[in-house]
Design a protein around this ligand. Structure first.
Ligand code: URA
Length: 448
């Protein structure tokens, strides 16, 4: 291990064998944390080349148990979103793609820092179990077509160790390490295809558009090299997606759309979900193009078949679907405050990362892994970028765990939303600004 650290420290490129040694040793506990931390820092500083990134992804994928979707008899496709605020597309795309004949084995994550977590949102449904064994996961997939679960303790143990160390050593923001971390977990689910939703803008994990493009291309090329068809969509996170950001309130927004309703205020969520599902259905072999996949997904949204799949999955995982009979009655936040616009004008910009922190401070998120979250906390944003607001008109509603937790999110919100007399300096970004498939990704990376 010392030789490998020295080689990386001095700018050398590691062989697949050397990378495999690190990943396997991280997963098994054979390599101590101090050496792994030194290797991570050397890799962060000197970067990982394409071959190293691919080798790390595969070795991490193979560091523990894996799921095989073979017995499902369907093409297995999933979607990954790189964080975001108010991003509840998983609750739409999983049942939409499943309703169109694709299997969706979705292994998801929890809220951390300014971004929400799919599992925490689902656990606001009484009884919903996210920790299924791989055989239970297979059973739900066979009966419902999709299943959204947490990582089992034995799945990709190398990432569990390396991610915790990266978090503590300032080595998270590196494209090769991010790519290997995300893809190793997705590829351990045995996917045939993967749709990557890479967020851009003020709420994105990586701040510059160029970094987002690079990460997207890197993930597409790496997934394809591992035998999984992949496409990446660069999507807008310069404002929250839809109106709600939190736990239960996000689920109710998704179910509103699954019920076939089409509120104008959450049209962005509907559109992005249909585009992503369209790609999943296309890559899953059920539509000749992403556009015809979109049309199939839209039909499954309007005819109620995706809603039926979603409720069936919740029921199969122990959840009480009865809470959706009257979502507003089930919502019992500890404290509520309506925040009015502090002046008249146009919403110039929204610092979406800061808004994510505001949501976290309501009690909806967590600062450290393992902390509990409040299922009823969160924020509903009533105004969007470019909209005209009048002073005194509601701009957001904060739901917090208790009265004392209302002031901080309100202060963050006030600083994060800029209302001005002028029109926005930058045009509101397109929902999907770029699609990167394999050929584009290869071209992009060869030009680097
Ligand atoms: N999410 C992950 O799972 N890993 C990373 O490195 C970054 C985001």
């Amino acid at each position: 291990m010392i030789d490998i650290i020295r080689k990386k420290r001095d700018g050398g490129a590691l062989s697949a064998r050397e990378i495999g040694f690190v990943a396997t040793g991280a997963g098994s506990g054979a390599i101590p944390n101090d050496q792994l931390a030194a290797w991570l820092m050397a890799s962060w500083i000197n970067g990982l080349n394409l071959d190293e990134t691919r080798a790390l992804t595969l070795a991490m994928r193979d560091s523990g148990e894996k799921f095989s979707p073979k017995r499902l008899g369907k093409t297995a496709v999933d979607k990954h979103s790189s964080g975001g605020v108010g991003d509840k597309t998983s609750f739409l795309v999983a049942p939409l793609a499943a309703a169109c004949g694709v299997a969706v084995p979705m292994i998801s994550g929890r809220a951390l820092g300014h971004t929400g977590g799919t599992l925490d949102k689902l656990e606001s449904i009484p009884g919903y179990r996210t920790a299924l064994s791989l055989s239970e996961f297979e059973t739900v997939l066979m009966t419902c077509g999709c299943s959204i679960v947490s990582q089992t303790p034995a799945l990709v143990p190398a990432d569990r160790v390396l991610y915790a160390l990266r978090d503590r050593t300032g080595t998270v923001e590196n494209p090769g390490l991010i790519c290997a971390s995300i893809l190793s977990k997705k590829l351990a689910a045995g996917l045939d295809a993967l749709v990557l939703d890479v967020k851009t803008g003020s709420g994105a994990f990586l701040r510059s558009y160029e970094e987002c493009e690079f990460l997207a291309a890197l993930m597409v090329v790496t997934a394809e090299a591992a035998g999984t068809r992949a496409v990446a969509l660069l999507t807008d996170m310069d404002q929250p997606l839809g109106q709600a950001a939190g736990n239960w309130i996000e689920l109710t927004e998704a179910v509103e759309l699954l019920r076939g309703n089409r509120p104008a205020a959450i049209e962005d969520l509907r559109e992005l979900s249909l585009i992503l599902a369209g790609w999943m259905i296309h890559l899953g072999g059920k539509a000749a193009s992403p556009q015809s996949g979109y049309q199939l997904a839209e039909a499954a949204l309007t005819d109620g078949s995706a809603l039926a799949v979603f409720f069936k999955m919740i029921d199969a995982q122990g959840g009480d679907v009865g809470v959706f009979d009257d979502p507003a009655a089930f919502h019992k936040p500890g404290a509520t405050r309506v925040v009015d616009a502090w002046e008249s004008g146009v919403v110039q910009s929204m610092d979406t990362t800061a808004l994510g922190w505001a949501v976290q401070r309501t009690g909806a998120g967590r600062e450290r892994a393992g902390e509990p979250v409040d299922p009823h906390a969160g924020i509903v944003f009533h105004a969007r970028r470019g909209a005209h607001v009048e002073a005194g008109e509601p701009i957001a509603t904060i739901y917090a765990t208790n009265e004392s937790m209302l002031d901080e999110p309100q202060a963050i919100l006030r600083a994060a939303i800029l209302i001005s007399k002028e029109l926005p300096k930058a045009a509101v970004a397109q929902l999907v600004s770029r699609v990167i498939a394999r050929e584009d990704a290869e071209r992009f990376l060869s030009g680097q």
